[in-house]
Design a protein around this ligand. Structure first.
Ligand SMILES: [Zn+2]
Length: 238
């Protein structure tokens, strides 16, 4: 292999490692983000429960007020009974009393149902709040993990970046910029071996004449299919 290419292969090894660490770092917040989404949906659910709770608490007060008013009206009607003079009047009064009683019984049933719903809502809210606290705790722990792992990765990248600087100084500037250009457009792989006439990066055949020239190692060639810098991989034949 031409020495310049050997250096580029080394540089590529370092770059691929840096790339791998950068990807690792970028994927660190995935779990945190999922937890955050869970938190948001739990908070929305809790808001919804609280809204429903205050809605029916208000409704309960209204029904209780109605109940009181109607009870007063009932007492007033009942007081009139001894003073009723005709059967018709009596029947009308009795009808009114029965209607009030019936309506108030319905109100009592409603109140019971509402009280049951209130207590089950309060229980649900309690559970939801616990979940939210737990969720926040997990997020905090996850945040810490991200920071720690992120710092570890940064340290590794810093060492590799130093190595990279040292190695890249050994490469001709024009070749280095060509390498960088291809690397950024070819998934981090700018230099590829050609084994038995096939480019190992794109798996395409190299024309025989080019392959012959490549074996002479006089120039640096690029793969006609993927444009990567190529070198012939020589296998010892025993
Ligand atoms: Zn290729």
């Amino acid at each position: 292999m031409k020495p310049e290419l050997a250096i580029l292969v080394r540089l590529q090894g370092i770059d691929l490692e840096i790339r791998k660490f950068n990807q690792e770092k970028a994927s660190l917040p995935e779990h945190f983000n999922a937890l955050q989404e869970q938190l948001l949906s739990k908070e929305a659910e809790c808001d919804r429960l609280n809204e429903r709770l205050s809605e029916i608490q208000k409704r309960k007060v209204d029904i209780e007020d109605e109940f009181e008013l109607e009870n007063t009206r009932l007492a007033r009607s009942q007081k009139k009974i001894p003073y009723v003079k005709t059967n018709r009047e009596y029947a009308a009064l009795q009808k009114e009393i029965n209607e009030i009683k019936k309506a108030n019984t319905a109100r009592e049933d409603d109140l019971l149902a509402i009280m049951e719903e209130i207590s089950s809502l309060q229980e649900e809210i309690k559970v939801k709040k616990k979940e939210i606290t737990q969720n926040r705790r997990e997020m905090k722990a996850e945040q810490k993990r991200i920071e720690e792992l992120g710092a570890e990765i940064d340290a590794k990248i810093a060492i590799l970046t130093k190595d990279r600087e040292a190695v890249s100084q050994k490469v001709r500037p024009d070749l280095l910029s060509k390498y960088n250009f291809i690397r950024d457009r070819r998934g981090g792989v700018a230099v590829a071996a050609v084994s038995e006439g096939v480019c190992c990066a794109c798996n395409m055949n190299i024309p025989p004449q080019l392959y012959n020239d490549l074996l002479k190692e006089e120039k640096i060639f690029t793969c006609p299919s993927c444009q990567r810098l190529i070198y012939a991989l020589k296998v010892d034949k025993k």
